[in-house]
Write a protein that binds this ligand. Sequence first.
Ligand code: ADP
Ligand code: MG
Length: 412
Amino acid sequence: MQTAIPELEEYSIVDKIGEGTFSSVFKAEDRYHDLYDNFIWTHTLPHPPWDNDGQPRPRKRVYVALKRIYVTSSPERIYNELEVMEELRHAPNIAYLITAFRREDQIIAVMPYSRHQDFRHYYRDISLGSLRNYFRCLFNALSATHAANVMHRDVKPANFLFNPETQQGVLCDFGLAERFEAQDWKGKCHHTCPTADAPRGSIVINTSVNSTHTAPGGDLHPDTMNASRHAKKAMMGPPPQKAGPLGYKEHDKRSGVRANRAGTRGFRAPEVLLKCQDQTPAVDVWSAGIILLAFLTRRFPVFNANSDMEALLELMIIFGKAKIARAALLHNRTFNCTVPLDNPDGWRITDFIKHLNPSIMNPPSDDPDPDAYFDEVEEALDLCRVCLHVDLTRRWTAEECLGHAFLRVRSD
Ligand code: ADP
Ligand code: MG
């Protein structure tokens, strides 16, 4: 890599820190820059490069992260990632772009190195104070990203680098980031509920009695018919029906719809699973809510479905049939499920968390004020609730989450 890209001579590579489908990331030392160089300290340090007596501080090593983006990623995608990082340079809690190099098809993005710990090392025993700092940093990053009309689309622990020692975190990996039109984002969905005869897609999760598997025919058939085709069909009368419910793939001649489903399984918002085409930054707030759910239930990953259909089934078991069906209607989809459920109304998410992790209500033995502890746990549970509204019109924005009782700066 260093032979192919002569500019990398500026850096000496220390270690490989990440390897994914589209990139490898290396930790490297900047040979020529000092932590107290004007540019670097103004961006990364809370204090100036001189001490209280006005004397220059001693040299400190500067580490960077070199992200080598593989050629398997399309040029448009790589350009988009770099451009978004560049645009967010001044945003808080974001891994911004220091510079980037290209030689032929080799591309390297250079970011400040963010020391962090693997999520799996701390999610089970994080304190409430650290949890608050984690989400303040994450929602700071998301709120700035959304204010720049960008949605991240891949919020998950591996893309949020949190350092429990400094209590700071940065959002990285804008590889799937997407722009949205400002007027599309009011935190609201612009779909109106369809009338009974409007063309719509339908989703059938079907099972024979006593089976909880999705039947082979169960699949998503979002609407792709335009109005005139629909009107023509209506004039010709209903198509001959085979036995079996409408919406089965084999009985439905409509072609499928394409919607962006970029993201990681277990973190996709219901509107992504429902193939909604006008997705909003609310998808990122949902994913942040799933991270909070992992902390609060002490389970990671919380969801691990193999397909979008299975993922919807998991959500339905927690949130109840009716909520998923109502959200589907918002996106012009019909949700139909014949899976027998013990609890068709689902859970209140806060009860669900307490059910999975009853010890969440036990204050640490050395806690001087157990009552305050209970209040704070309830606030953390409530933050999870407002991030995980299945209906995206009710889900809070990142900005609103920063003002939530759990994250608000306390006077004490
Ligand atoms: P990918 O698109 O391959 O997922 P990421 O940008 O998420 O690439 O980087 C992969 C991993 O590299 C991250 O999960 C993280 O562990 C590490 N990493 C990325 N950027 C940085 C950074 N600025 N500082 C420290 N580690 C980083
Ligand atoms: Mg990543």
